[in-house]
Ligand binder design. Structure first.
Ligand SMILES: Nc1ncnc2c1ncn2[C@@H]1O[C@H](COP(=O)(O)OP(=O)(O)OP(=O)(O)O)[C@@H](O)[C@H]1O
Ligand SMILES: [Mg+2]
Length: 244
């Protein structure tokens, strides 16, 4: 697979690790416990995409759009103009459910289908090449059976592959466990898994980053330290180079 078929994340060490980026059109689960940097990583992925001429859609099922803008606005990489110009479109579960007349607490099979079609159609109409769903855990919580969850993720992944849109699904897991989802479904349907973890060290709680699976890519499973700063957002530092 050459570099043109890769979706460059703009996060330097990750792109190196993935031989240029995520295979375009893949669905990748980014799993981790609360506060490990899932939302920030996803927003940075979309903003970096705009710099490479690719539009993005951020579908939030954990925070409403105003809170998302407020929190992400503390990073230098975040530029409100990208939102105003629809280079990055922010949508939240509550406003879209309201517009579609759906109950955001519990979706029937037909309602879940409507939601899937709307996400797909928005992505298609905008010509977006990057989609984030943050979090798939929160969205799946509203789908009552395992079949509905499997069906939703499978349909979403396959229809976005056809659009050559690279999708990140964030997944919430408990702290200090090596686990990729709460349903044990998402990670098997996804083409890739990135795990964000924590390590307690000298009174600090370091964030870690690891590619666990990426179909179509020879990659290591090296653990990186994930640093977050207002100035640079997320940066990865190979663990062995860091003095612990
Ligand atoms: N401007 C900033 N600069 C550096 N670090 C920040 C900044 N703003 C927030 N943080 C750190 O990022 C953390 C939140 O990151 P983020 O929201 O990406 O995590 P998350 O994995 O999405 O969490 P959740 O599961 O709760 O949604 C905060 O707890 C804080 O430690
Ligand atoms: Mg988050």
């Amino acid at each position: 697979m050459d570099k043109k078929q890769r979706c460059k994340t703009g996060i330097e060490e990750l792109d190196k690790e993935l031989n240029g980026g995520i295979p375009s059109g893949s669905t990748v689960v980014v799993a981790g416990s609360s506060g490990v940097g899932k939302t920030t990583l996803c927003m940075q992925f979309l903003v970096n995409g705009v710099k490479m001429g690719e539009k993005g859609v951020f579908f939030s099922a954990t925070e409403n759009v105003n809170m998302l803008k407020k929190f992400q606005g503390t990073y230098d990489f975040f530029d409100e103009k990208l939102i105003q110009s629809n280079q990055v479109s922010l949508i939240d579960l509550w406003s879209i459910s309201d517009r579609l007349g759906l109950n955001p607490e519990n979706y029937s099979y037909d309602e879940a289908n409507i939601l899937f079609e709307v996400i797909r159609d928005i992505t298609k109409e905008l010509g977006a090449k990057r989609l984030v769903i943050d979090s798939i855990t929160s969205l799946c919580f509203r789908l009552k059976t395992r079949e509905m969850i499997r069906d939703f993720i499978f349909k979403l992944g396959s229809s976005l592959t056809v659009l050559n849109c690279t999708t990140i699904l964030t997944s919430e897991v408990p702290p200090m466990v090596f686990q990729f989802s709460q349903n044990d479904i998402e990670e098997f349907i996804a083409d890739g898994i990135i795990f964000l973890g924590d390590i307690a060290r000298k009174g600090d709680l370091l964030r870690t980053f690891q590619v666990v699976k990426m179909r179509g890519t020879a990659h290591s499973r090296t653990k990186f330290v994930l640093n977050m700063s207002s100035e640079r957002g997320i940066e990865l530092v190979p663990m062995l180079k860091k003095t612990l």
